[in-house]
Write a protein of this length. Sequence first.
Length: 417
Amino acid sequence: MSAPIFSTLGCRLNAYETEAMKELAQQAGLDGAVVVNTCAVTAEAVRKAKQEIRRLARENPGVPVIVTGCAAQTEPDTFAAMPEVTRVVGNAEKMRPETWNTLSAPDLIGQTEKIMVDDIMSVKETAGHLIDGFGRHRAYVQVQNGCDHRCTFCIIPYGRGNSRSVPAGVVVEQIRRLVDRGFQEVVLTGVDLTSWGADLPGSPRLGDLVMRILRLVPDLARLRISSIDSIEADENLMLAIATEPRLMPHLHLSLQHGDDLILKRMKRRHLRDDAIRFCEEARRLRPDIVFGADIIAGFPTETEAMFENSLRLVEECGLIFLHVFPFSPRKGTPAARMPQVAKALIRERAARLRAAGQAALQRHLDAQIGRTHRILTEGPRIGRTEQFTEVAFASDQPEGAIVTATIGGHDGARLTV
C-alpha cells in the first residue's frame, strides 16, 4: 500500500483544498493514486497541468491518475481525452466524502464513467472542508468561494461558481481553534474576498468580519487579508486598516490594468483614479502599509500608450509586489474574441512590467535597512515581516515565533538579519 501523490498547481486556494482532499482521501482509504489539482487562470496554466499529468503518469506507471481543480471543471473533456487520465473530478465534487469513497474503489481504472463534473453554478454553499486551516506557522482560512462578476478575460467563475460565504461565527470558531493550536498568524482567503457576506443574512461586509475576528479572538497576534478588489473595500475595512495594529499592513490588489478604456473592456468596476485614490487613502490611514497587485500585460486592443498607463501605475500606486500575467485568451470568454496583441509584444510588455516591479521591490528593500521589524519565523532561518517581506536570518531562530530584529541588508530578493 502507498499513500496518494498530490500535485497542486495555481493559487493558494488550490493548495488549501489539496490539504482538505488529502484528509478526505485518507478517510476513504484511497491507495496508490496520483491526484492533480489544476489551475485554469491562463492557457499556460492548462498547458502546465497537462505536462504535470504526463510526467506523473510516466513516473507512476499503472497508477490511477485523478484530475481535479479549475481546469478540470472548465475543460473536463480535454482531460478525459488524455490516455493518462483515469478520472476527471469537478471542483464541487472534490470536496465531497462520497466522491472519494467512489475513487477508492479497487477497480477504478476499469470503470467506464470517466467524468465526475456537475454544474458548478448550481452550488449554493461553501463546503465545510474548505474552512480547515493549513500551514505550519501561518494558517490559511477560506471564508469565501466563487465569483459573481464576469470580467471579460476571466474563466474562473466557470471553474468556481457563484460567490458564497462561510458564516462569520464559523470563521471565528475556526480561528479560535487555530490560535489554541499555536498559530500566530491567520490569513483570510477567497476567490473574490471583498464579496464576502453578500449572500449571508443582513449582507455583512468583509470589514465587519475582520473587526469581529479581532474583537472575539483577542489572542490572535496577526490577521492578514489575501487579494482584494479595492473598489469593494468597505468603511469598516478602512477603519480596521487605520486602527487595528493586528491587521497586517499588506494588501494584494486585483488591479489588472492602468488604462481606463482597457479597464472598461475588461468589465472591471474601477477606473485608474479609483486605484490611485484607494492606495493614497490606505497609506494615509496606515503609513507603513505596502501593496502588491495583479496586472495583465497585452490585453486585446492594448496600445503602447495604454500599456504605459499600467507601467506608471506601479509608481503612482506605490506597488511593491507585482504579479504580472501575460494575456492569454481563454476559450469561452469575451476577451478571446477581441482583436489580439501580438504574442511577442505581450512578452516584451510583461518583461517591462516585471522590471518595474523588481525596481520597486529594490527600493522597498533598500528603505528597510536599519529598521526594526517584527518577523514571523517560518523556518529556522526564514520569516516574513508584517508587510510580508521575506527575511533571511544568519542564525537559527525558534520556528513559528514572532521575533524582533533590525534589518542589516538584503540580497536583492530578501531582507537579511
